[in-house]
Design a protein around this ligand. Structure first.
Ligand SMILES: Cc1ncc(COP(=O)(O)O)c(C=O)c1O
Length: 380
């Protein structure tokens, strides 16, 4: 089945009791047993829920996986992976990982004697050099938030296999429409479904996908034991969003390419980072492993932080907002918003400068976005 068909159909069949073409919202905490020891496949929604199951099967199919396990947020999904480990274990992580992930690692999980090494995973050798006897996970984000660094997933898969280390990829920025990390040897693919997958700024959610039966069972156990599960309604809204994923990603990619080229040529812009520009350091890798460059752009303005703030405050159509990957174009200042939890030194070390501005290009007409950015830049 082609990807565009899977988006609309995979895991979704008419509701067995009514024939409803749209999976119903099974908004029930518990289920009545036929008799002691005999249920209809469900007993309690923390453990499993029919609406959630449809979403899990659909998401697993999109990423080419056997098991999809949904969580109440992307962060709950990331945290659930960490429950596989024990004190003394070591994790290697992309250095430009989403700020919420490094906050989880550095502020909470270090208390459980887990240790972390952050490396520039765009250089596979740096990852291999960081491997220790106790390394249990290589955690890659590609493209990264917010610097849009791209990792060669195939090279990383070979390293993980050679050293027999679990290999997970946060593929939130790419979505399965553009990249399927399991095809490159990843053991786990993770998405914040809050972003492009649901796509309309309507829910918070996350998912883990794997082909490994044992890992799938462990994640299901963690899901039911910890209980960080999405509501049936959120699952239903996510399913609705996914139906247009292919169409939306095509348009996100086209709009972002046009805006990135416009910004790169603009006299007030110092530097634009977008994997679809030949100037991006890993443009060739992105071209090889992705089916499009997604909708995220980072830029540095000539006037640094003050110009960045003036631009963000001066835009009328682009919304100044924390999130990304939705139909509306959103502009973010990582230093004061998404990455505020990091110390200024840590941000500097990670390359997240105070003047960095991140743009999540939405589905508006590109001419309108241009006009808004043009007027904002002209006022600087
Ligand atoms: C790349 C990436 N991973 C994970 C997350 C966390 O997802 P959530 O906000 O759904 O918990 C985010 C949130 O922005 C993100 O951008």
């Amino acid at each position: 089945m082609k990807f565009d068909t899977k988006v609309v159909r995979s895991g979704i069949s008419p509701d067995p009791s009514t024939g409803a073409i749209v999976p119903p919202i099974y908004q029930s905490a518990t289920y009545v047993l036929d008799e002691v020891g005999k249920d209809k496949g469900y007993d309690y929604t923390r453990a499993s829920n029919p609406t959630r199951e449809v979403l899990e099967n659909n998401l697993a199919a999109l990423d080419g996986g056997k098991h999809g396990i949904c969580f109440s947020s992307g962060m709950a999904a990331v945290d659930s992976i960490m429950k596989l480990f024990k004190s003394g274990d070591h994790i290697i992580c992309s250095d430009d990982v989403y700020g919420g992930v490094s906050r989880l690692y550095n502020n909470l999980l270090v208390n459980y004697d887990l240790t972390f090494t952050y490396v520039n995973s765009s250089n596979p050798q740096e990852v291999e050099d960081a491997i220790q006897d106790n390394t249990k996970l290589i955690w890659i984000e590609t493209p990264t938030n917010p610097l849009l660094k791209v990792t060669d997933l195939d090279a990383m898969g070979k390293i993980a296999k050679k050293h027999n280390i679990l290999y997970g990829v946060d593929s939130t920025f790419s979505t399965p429409a553009l990249l399927r990390p399991l095809e490159f040897g990843a053991d786990i693919t993770m998405h914040s479904t809050t972003k492009y997958l649901s796509g309309h700024n309507q829910i918070i959610g996350g998912v883990l996908i794997t082909n490994d039966n044992e890992l799938g069972e462990k994640f299901k156990f963690i899901q039911k034991t910890v209980g960080a599960v999405p509501s049936p309604f959120d699952c239903w809204l996510t399913l609705l969003g996914i139906k247009t994923l292919s169409l939306r990603m095509t348009r996100h990619c086209e709009n972002a390419q046009a805006i990135a080229e416009f910004l790169e040529a603009h006299s007030k812009v110092e530097r634009v980072t977008f994997p679809g520009l030949p100037s991006h350091p890993q443009h060739d890798i992105a071209k090889d492993q992705m089916d499009g460059f997604s909708g995220m752009i980072s830029m540095e303005l000539k006037g640094g932080i003050s110009a960045g703030i003036s631009l963000m405050n001066g835009l009328e159509l682009c919304s100044l907002a924390e999130s990304l990957g939705a139909v509306e174009t959103m502009i973010t200042h990582p230093a004061t918003m998404t990455h505020a939890a990091m110390t200024p030194e840590a941000r500097q070390e990670a390359g997240v400068s105070d003047g960095l501005v991140r743009l999540s290009v939405g589905l508006e007409a590109p001419d309108d976005l241009w006009a808004d950015l043009e007027q904002g830049l002209a006022a600087l």
